[in-house]
Write a protein that binds this ligand. Structure first.
Ligand code: EPZ
Length: 433
């Protein structure tokens, strides 16, 4: 098993190009199930979750190829879904990636039946799929859960609904948005999630011929069509990847320009980092928007509180990385996790590196600045791993981050991008450390 070996204490300087957003790419890939025509998706990050989703689509009767773009950090997928007699998303794939549940809505809408494994346990919280299932049932789906699978069917087409989600859910909004695009009648989705990744999926669906109004608001109105067609679409920049590198510079100090990112998607983090003392500038580059972050070495960081909330609030997917930054800030920072009930597993590992913090239910209290010293750490999920890399870049001496398959699920070329800005970080095969 690979590990990352980091020699901490070096500032970061240079440029990093941000890859496409994993969490936009996954629902966009699932949308390939909505049409028999070819769909070409570019700017997909070259990460394990993208390959898993392509395998899920192949298991569901999709011809799919993945080709590397430019420097290999992004991929283009060419997809065409003829369908299969028995569309089934198997446990072996779904258990490795919960986003596989996103195939349920499109399959039901286009083929009238689907068998999808229930995702099972998760390291960051219970993460049920009740919101997805309740809305599909209201659209006329007949659902039966047996032997660990959701067996779903519908007589004729799914029917439009006027539906208010009980809770804001990114995945449920995406699943039902795709289902409604091919349903009979006009669906109204209230309390829909506002995350930029939903905007990207909706944009793709519109390019495929869907009728969607209310983009960028919490109420989406979708008038179903009988068929959707193929198109070419480039997914948006990954705000969480960009935010992770911003946190890395804030924690270690340095001066880095992020190319091809969208500052509007990162307002809550930019605001916190600016208020804690980092200098952030935005400008239009040749290749999209750019963000520059500067924190001169020796310049003190101020502690700030943060609470994770649905967009445009502070993202739960940056909570762990921000906590790593706050270990270096002067004063007390209280970080509340408002989305998931068990997303502080990085806290104990940060403590092992020397962070001064404690957790209490959904709050973490971080006292800084703490002198971090390298050791071996391991993480339980993707963003927790990213936080440990950031802490390792700060820590004196050598830090080994174990179980980096979590990182490989969601960050394209993380160590190469960090090496490019001066980090001493290396990937080493399990046997060699
Ligand atoms: C998406 O997960 C992201 N994944 C997550 O990113 C992200 O953390 C999360 O949204 C919140 O922003 C993808 O986009 C592939 P939710 P999702 O449904 O859709 C509860 C990462 O690190 N809920 O918005 O699964 C749920 O338990 C990952 O890249 C229900 O109660 O999240 C949670 O408390 C991790 N019932 C809250 O809603 C449901 O049916 C929000 O979850 C569905 C969700």
């Amino acid at each position: 098993m690979d590990r990352l070996v980091i020699q901490g204490g070096h500032s970061l300087r240079g440029r990093i190009r941000v890859s496409g957003a994993k969490n936009a790419a996954l629902p966009c890939l699932a949308a390939a199930l909505l049409t028999p025509e070819p769909l070409v998706l570019s700017n997909l990050p070259a990460v394990a979750d993208i390959r898993t989703m392509v395998k899920v689509l192949q298991a569901l009767g999709t011809e799919a190829t993945l080709e590397a773009e430019g420097d290999g950090f992004e991929l283009t997928a060419k997809l065409a879904c003829a369908g299969s007699d028995d569309p089934k998303a198997p446990y072996e794939l779904v258990k490795t990636m919960r986003a596989s549940i996103l195939v349920l809505g499109p399959l039901l809408a286009r083929f009238g039946r689907a068998t999808v494994s229930l995702p099972g346990g998760c390291a960051i919280g219970a993460r049920p799929v009740n919101l997805h299932l309740e809305a599909l049932e209201r659209m006329g789906a007949i659902l039966e859960i047996s032997h660990g699978y959701i067996h779903a069917s519908v007589k004729g087409r799914l029917k439009a609904i006027d539906h208010a989600f009980e809770k804001v859910s990114v995945g449920a909004t995406e699943n039902i948005l795709m289902a409604a695009a091919l349903a009979e009648g006009t669906t109204i989705l209230r309390n829909a999630a506002l995350e930029p990744e939903i905007g990207d999926l909706a944009q793709l669906l519109v390019e495929m011929g869907a009728h969607i109004e209310g983009l960028g608001t919490g109420t989406l109105t979708i008038t179903g069509v009988e068929r959707l067609h193929g198109c070419e679409h480039a997914v948006i920049a990954d705000r969480i990847e960009a935010g992770t590198y911003l946190c890395a510079v804030a924690a270690t100090c340095g001066d880095v320009v992020l190319d091809r990112c969208e500052p509007e998607h990162l307002r809550s983090l930019l605001d916190l980092l600016e208020r804690s003392g980092c200098v952030i500038t935005e400008r239009e580059g040749q290749d999209g928007r750019q963000l520059r972050i500067q924190r001169e070495c020796g310049q003190k960081l101020r502690s700030k509180d943060a609470t994770t909330l649905p967009f445009p609030g502070f993202p739960t997917d940056l909570q762990a990385q921000f906590m790593a930054v706050m270990t270096q800030a002067c004063g007390i920072s209280v970080i509340n996790e408002g989305i998931f009930e068990n997303r502080f597993q990085h806290a104990m590992e940060l403590e092992r590196l020397g962070a001064n913090l404690r957790t209490d239910g959904r709050a973490a209290i971080v006292a800084g600045p703490a002198e971090l010293t390298g050791c071996t750490v391991m993480a339980t999920d993707l963003r927790a791993s990213a936080a440990l890399v950031i802490a390792g870049l700060v820590a004196k001496g050598e830090t080994i981050v174990d179980r980096i398959y979590h990182l490989d699920r969601g960050y394209a070329g993380l160590e190469k991008k960090l090496q490019g800005v001066g980090a001493r970080i290396e990937r080493v095969g399990g046997g060699k450390v």
